[in-house]
Design a protein around this ligand. Structure first.
Ligand code: UD2
Length: 314
């Protein structure tokens, strides 16, 4: 595939990850179309590029608008989803309409419009709580929430569309993504966005459990980089890749670092662990390295500093 993309569609392009992807695509000279129903995304994320993109307000459950938005596109980046695990637990059916059926509509619109490739946002949630570390793409999967089942279903449909219909598909299993524009407003928002807002307001965070649990935190711009490689590398078609850093950070040390940035040593509060919380998660990114040439550019401290500045200034 040619590394220069012509016209692309980003579903969920007004969201946290989608809007950073839109920025990079616009900067790269692509003709960018965004489809977003603004249920969790926001137009403010696109304010600075609004004159350079085509925006459709609509849902991926509406195939008519999807067909229109993906017309003449070379690639679709499918980021739209009900992204909260808890929301899918509380709304297993409604979330399936969005995450399962919506994904199927995206793939089907791509097929009908002869789009060359679809890059889909999947999740490390598909691994569940298997203690084997690091997580490898070919290890047994154990989805433990409707969200995880829905992401896995999307991957399976993507493979079918790749194998049966010749639509190239690439699935990216995101680990814990963080960065500017991540919404901190719900208790189930990403831990970094929550801790950032606590630090900015000089309040202690609540650490669930002993804080020794760890995650593979990947900066949003590295996730964007992975998407662009997945869209353009010939070897990527039909495959699934972990997107993380291969390194891990505990929740205790995460707060230590953020608290340092705030210039105050604030002691965290501790609460019982979240039911079902996974203690350890870290990605093997060997496949993304070898097939996509993916290498994260942002060391944790660098990404965290940029993120802190954003929460402080906004
Ligand atoms: C991540 C994904 C989720 C799903 C899941 C799969 C994010 C934001 N969420 O959930 O979509 O893919 O992985 O396993 O990437 N914590 C605190 N205090 C807080 C908030 C969180 O201690 O105020 C802890 C929490 O108990 C957990 C860790 O921080 O141990 C990370 O929590 P999270 O909600 O950011 O992400 P996670 O890994 O549960």
């Amino acid at each position: 595939m040619n590394s220069r993309l012509s016209k692309v569609l980003v579903t969920g392009g007004a969201g946290f990850i989608g809007s950073h992807l839109v920025d990079a695509l616009v900067a790269g000279g692509c003709d960018v179309v965004v489809l977003d129903d603004l249920s969790s995304g926001s137009l403010s994320n696109l304010e600075h590029v609004k004159d350079k993109i085509t925006f459709y307000k609509g849902t991926i459950q509406d195939q008519k608008i999807l067909m229109k938005a993906s017309e003449n596109c070379e690639v679709i980046f499918h980021q739209a989803a009900m992204v909260s695990v808890t929301k899918t637990v509380n709304n297993p059916v409604d979330s399936a309409f969005i995450n399962d059926l919506g994904t199927l509509f995206v793939l089907e619109s791509a097929r009908q419009n002869k789009v060359k490739r679809v890059v889909l946002a999947s999740s490390s949630a598909v691994y569940g709580d298997d203690p084997l570390l690091p997580k490898h793409e070919n290890m047994p999967l154990k989805p433990m929430s409707p969200y995880a089942v829905q992401k896995l279903t999307g991957e399976l449909y993507a493979r079918i569309y790749n194998d049966l219909y010749g639509l190239e598909t690439v699935c990216l299993r995101y680990f814990n993504v963080y960065g500017p524009r991540q919404d901190p407003s719900s208790p189930y928002s990403g831990v970094i966005s929550i801790f950032m807002t606590r630090a900015v307001s000089k309040k202690p965070p609540v650490i669930c459990g002993d804080g020794k649990q760890y995650r593979d935190f990947v900066f949003v711009k590295d996730v964007v980089k992975a998407n662009l490689l997945a869209a353009t590398e010939d070897d990527a078609a039909g495959r699934i890749f972990n997107i993380g850093t291969g390194k891990h950070v505990s929740i205790n040390s995460l707060w230590d670092m953020i608290s340092l940035f705030s210039g105050l040593k604030i002691e965290p509060e501790y609460s019982p662990p979240r039911p079902g919380d996974i203690t350890e998660s870290v990605a093997s990114i060997e496949q993304a390295k070898s097939a996509l040439g993916f290498e994260p550019d942002y060391l944790f401290e660098k990404g965290l500093k940029i993120t802190f500045k954003w929460y402080k200034d906004s």
